[in-house]
Each structure stands twice: as C-alpha cells, then as structure tokens.
Design a protein around this ligand. Structure first.
Ligand SMILES: Cc1ncc(COP(=O)(O)O)c(C=O)c1O
Length: 479
C-alpha cells in the first residue's frame, strides 16, 4: 500500500532566525520566559539559580506543564468519544519518563499508567498507584514479572505471543485469578516520524499478525484464568497526522467486528505515538484534532459494519512529558569548523551529551537550543551542539542558530527533552546520570537523584570490600 505524504515534512536545516534568543511557544514549556536580566526562567525559577543549586547537566521537568498535557489529552478524548456515546481511558506510557512523582501527577489528573517491565511496574506501585489503573506491555515478560503483576491485581496485560498467552494462563490459574488481557496485533501500518507506511507483512518483534487474532482470541476465551478485553495496536511514535491511525483503525475494526460474533469486545486500544514539536518548524496536529480524527474514523468504520462503537484506550508518553522537559548544560569549548567554501559551523561542546540524550544518535532526532544565561545581540551563527563523549555521533542538537558570541561558561538550554532522554540515559564513558528536578510555581525539588562517580565505582566489583557471588546475581533473575 502506498504511503500518503505528510503535510508536515521535517525541516532539513533550521531557518536563520531574526532573534536567536526567542523561545518558540510550540517547543518550550508555557512557563518558559526570560527575566529582566535576560536569563531563562522555568516556572519562575532562573536557570542560573537552578544550576547553582543542582549543577549541570540538569534535567528540569515542569510539573504544571505535564499536568496540563495530561488534562488536555484526557479532555480531548473524552469529548471525541462522548460524541459517539463511548469513553476513552488514557494511559500515560511510562517508558517516556517514569518516577514516582510523575506517576502521582498523571494519576492525579485522571490518567492510568502503562508499564512495560517489572522495574516500571515497581515504580508505579512504589508511587501508590491503584494497580487496577495500570496496564502491562512487553514482548518478553518473565514468569516472575507476570506473577507479580497478577498478584497485585494489575488492570490489564497486553499479550504479545502464544508463549506468553500460555505462560500467563498458567500463572493466573496457579494464583486462582482471572486476568484481563488485550491482544497486541500488527496492523501493518507503521509511522515513520512525519509519514506512515502501510504494508501487508510484518518483520518486527511486537505482537501477533492481524490474521492470527481470531485464533488467539478463541484460545483466550476457552482458557480459564484469562478474560479477553480487546485488541491493541501501536503504530509508532512522533506521528503528526491522523492518516496512519485511521488506516490502522480501519484494519483493526474489521477484526474487532468479527470477534464480536464470539463474545464481548469492550475496548479498542490504539496505542500512543502523538507527535510533539522539537524545533520551531515542527507543527504537530493539535491533540483535539487528532482525537476527533481517530475516534470519528473508528466510529465511521463501526457504523459501516453495524457494530457499536467500543470504548477506547490510548497510551501517549512523549506528548504528555516531552514539552515539559528542558535540559541545562554548561558550554565548555567552542570550535569553528569550515564545512565547505560557503559553510562554517560552530561546534559548541557541552558537559553532557549522548549519555543524557541518546535520541539524536539513536534516531537522528532533531532538537533546538538557546543560550539560557543571557540574551545576545550577536549575529546568529549556524551551530552544532555536541557532547563530551568519545563518539563523533555524540550530537545533542544537530543544527541550530546560536548567537555567534556563544562562549565557554554560558548555560545552554535544550527544550523538549522530557521524553525518552532521562529514560534512555546511560553511563557511557563513566559519566554519572544527571538529576531530574521538578519545577512548579517558583519551587524546585529533586525527583530523581543524580549519580556520582562513587555510585558508578560502587558497581565495580574490584573496588571496596570483596563481595560474594550472590551480590553479582542480576536482580531480575534472583527469585
Ligand atoms: C506499545 C506502546 N505504547 C505507547 C508508546 C508511547 O509512545 P509515545 O511516547 O510516542 O506516545 C510506545 C512507545 O514506544 C509503545 O511501544
């Protein structure tokens, strides 16, 4: 099937701005401003104060921005589904960034939470989450993790394979429970950042082929300990339009309708993947428009098949926390590099890099940046923000116009880093991971502690008192 072209192509190179100090409203948290000194403030706290208290690099997460996105998403889907007499449950996809505070914020705002490992489940439970409002994903859940999930009374488990179906059935039967399950299917529709591609065949690890869904659901329905709730599909991430969702939904509704002949199918879970702006040129579809587009498409498909519109579930991660995050770095070195006769680029090295933001190296992700510690009247200069790691691919911001007088000691802020930055962080080159600081209404507090070199050395078995074999057991295998 051919791929419709998106109306939102990603920019090849940023447009030279009139003002390299401006904070684009689509990228920064709503609370981002410059104070009378020209210093970036977040939730009323100046960047220099944050750095003085917590150091650099520093992940800053704007609590009110997270809550606002959670509320807006919930309202958008509540309105879209109410128009068809149905409802939507919104799971926050914890993989984007998880801490006990974030779990509390989003649950407080009425969202459920989706986890995809035993560790993420532990964080949600440590936050005091109602297990009935948790969903559990993953293509290789262990018996131990399934047992824990069933034991605590998790709301739903998304089945990903035949082996897992039998594994979970055995666990549920052993524990004398009935576990609600969804079946993850591949619709053959894939989102590719701003475009989507629809195929007939799949070559990836997640889910069941759509053609197997009837057999899988029949097996679930005859298996004690399992209760079938509905189909699940996630077509990808950073999706800007509704076309991919609509195509996928239409394929799913055909199967959903067939499944109704064998019993109830109360829910249709269409996953997450709603795009956000990483640069001022990005123009994602507003969530209200996305919600209405997706839900209306499903409703049309249901009407044409003469079946009721199901309740919906969605699992956005990035669109809830992405715009709420800003990473603060200190500039260390500057190097002008002549790229060609007519192109010079400033290489601006900061004190973090691919260990705190792996996305540019992993996906070629684009970001933007601003000098946070002052405004400058210098001409904008094409710049590349790079990290301190021993990789030439250690790029934080591939292309951005920064004031040409950017200098060592300046603070640099990279917006839209709330999703998949702290979550994907590493200790590459033995760099300790930064703290995450939540800001709200003039106050800042650490919600995830930063690491120290001693923390990293503590894992080195050759340092300190000699340890026993058991200390070396991977906790995941330790039953
Ligand atoms: C199954 C599933 N649901 C939800 C998400 C969240 O996606 P996003 O953060 O792009 O909304 C993902 C992301 O990988 C996913 O795999």
């Amino acid at each position: 099937m051919s791929a419709p072209t998106s109306p939102h192509p990603a920019p090849a190179r940023p447009v030279r701005p009139d003002d390299a100090n401006a904070l684009a409203a689509n990228v920064w948290p709503a609370s981002a401003e410059r104070d009378e000194r020209g210093i970036l403030t977040l939730a009323g706290i100046a960047a220099d104060e944050l750095v003085e208290r917590f150091g650099t690099p520093l992940y800053v997460l704007d609590e009110d921005e997270v809550r606002a996105h959670a509320r807006r998403t919930l309202a958008a889907f509540a309105d879209a589904t109410a128009a068809h007499g149905s409802r939507a449950r919104i799971y926050y996809a914890g993989k984007a960034f998880l801490s006990t505070d974030v779990v509390r914020w989003v649950m407080d705002e009425g969202l459920a939470v989706d986890v995809c490992s035993g560790g993420e489940l532990a964080v949600a439970l440590a936050a005091g989450a109602d297990p009935a409002r948790l969903g559990y994903h993953g293509n290789n859940k262990s018996v131990r993790d399934l047992e824990r999930a069933v034991q605590v009374g998790i709301g739903s488990i998304v089945l990903d394979s035949w082996i897992e179906l039998e594994r979970l059935a055995a666990v549920a039967q052993r524990l004398g429970r009935e576990q609600s399950v969804l079946v993850r299917v591949n619709s053959g529709v894939h989102a590719e950042t701003h475009d989507f591609l629809a195929t007939a065949h799949e070559d990836q690890k997640f889910g069941f082929p759509l053609t197997d869904a009837a057999a899988v659901v029949a097996r679930i329905r005859e298996t004690p300990g399992l209760a079938f709730v509905g189909l699940h599909c996630h077509i990808g991430s950073q999706i800007f339009g509704t076309a991919g969702f609509e195509e996928s939904a239409s394929r799913l509704v055909a199967v959903h309708a067939a499944l109704l002949e064998g019993g109830e199918v109360p829910v249709l879970n269409l996953g997450g993947g709603f795009g956000i702006a990483y640069t001022s040129a990005d123009d994602p579809t507003p969530i209200e428009q996305l919600a209405a587009g997706i839900v209306d498409a499903v409703a049309r498909e249901c009407a044409s098949r003469g079946i009721p519109v199901p309740d919906f579930a969605f699992e956005p991660g990035r669109s809830i926390v992405g715009q709420a995050g800003v990473t603060l770095y200190e500039v260390g070195t500057i190097k002008p590099v002549r790229v060609s006769d007519d192109l010079e680029r400033l290489y601006v090295s900061v004190d973090g890099g691919m260990s705190d933001n792996a996305r540019p190296a992993l996906y070629g992700a684009q970001y933007s940046a601003r000098v946070a510690s002052r405004v400058s009247t210098a001409e904008p200069a094409l710049s590349r923000v790079v990290g301190l790691h021993c990789e030439s691919g250690d790029i934080v911001v591939d292309a951005e116009y920064l004031p040409a007088d950017v200098a060592p000691g300046d603070l640099l802020a990279v917006p839209a880093t709330g999703a998949y930055c702290a979550a994907l962080s590493s200790n590459y080159n033995f760099v300790p991971r930064p703290p995450v600081v939540a800001v709200s209404q003039g106050r800042a507090r650490v919600i995830v502690r930063g690491e120290t070199i001693d923390d990293l050395l503590a894992r080195d078995a050759g340092v300190g008192p000699s340890s026993t074999e058991e200390n070396h057991m991977n906790e995941r295998n330790d039953t």
